[in-house]
Ligand binder design. Sequence first.
Ligand SMILES: [Zn+2]
Length: 280
Amino acid sequence: MPELPEVETTKRGLEPHIVRRRVLSVNIHQKQLRWEIPSHLPTTIKGESIKKISRRAKFILIKFNSGTLVMHLGMSGSISVVPSAEALKKHHHFELVLDNATSMRFHDPRRFGSILWQKNNEQLSLFKNLGPEPLSSEFNENALYLSSRARKKNIKAFIMDSSVVAGVGNIYASESLFQAEISPKRLAGKISKKRYQLLTQCIKQILSEAINNGGTTLNDFSNIDGEPGYFSQVLSVYGRNGMPCQRCDGTIKRIIQNQRASYYCPRCVPVTTVPDARNR
Ligand SMILES: [Zn+2]
């Protein structure tokens, strides 16, 4: 599943190819994605120029004069810019035909992705309860610590809650907790401020490294040039069930929490009952 680094990589890859280009036409080849693609888009966007591309959580926002195209890659989505003359592939569901003989195409075999429209001065409900961006200064140990107090959920579910911080997915939650030496089983409300400081740093650092490396290789995600990202080989715990820990003699364990796989080392990241007994 594309996580925040893949989405950011996609946004950066698209930027030089689409910004300031005019849309000659909009083609909806399959309207049934996670939600139905708004049928007015071909009329609304036709003739407009792309002002800007940005990202919020795992959404890509393409700004036009009359509003914003909001795209989500879902489980298996990818976006590419190709010559308009190139044949469509089976899972190309949506395309913007641009004024330089290229087209921006959305490809999504599993169709959990979405393409929505946000009018100017309106906010889609999807964005209403989103917490801060993990790489912004609003995401810091004070904010995280304060919102964690009295929380009964485990720390993994807590940092994957998009109202707490937007866009820390399953892979990077496991990786960040491992780096910060926090068991995914610990309760969010029992973790010290000092440990939250470390966790905040780890989340920012790991996401930044992943973005610089072009995202992970997972399923059929590929970056804008059609080349797969290559961050996966430097993941420390995710997907390494039964393999040796990189920090100690322990073995990485896989457990299921909130219907998602978590990976951790029970030896060097034990579940302490005393809050932060290990003062490292
Ligand atoms: Zn270990």
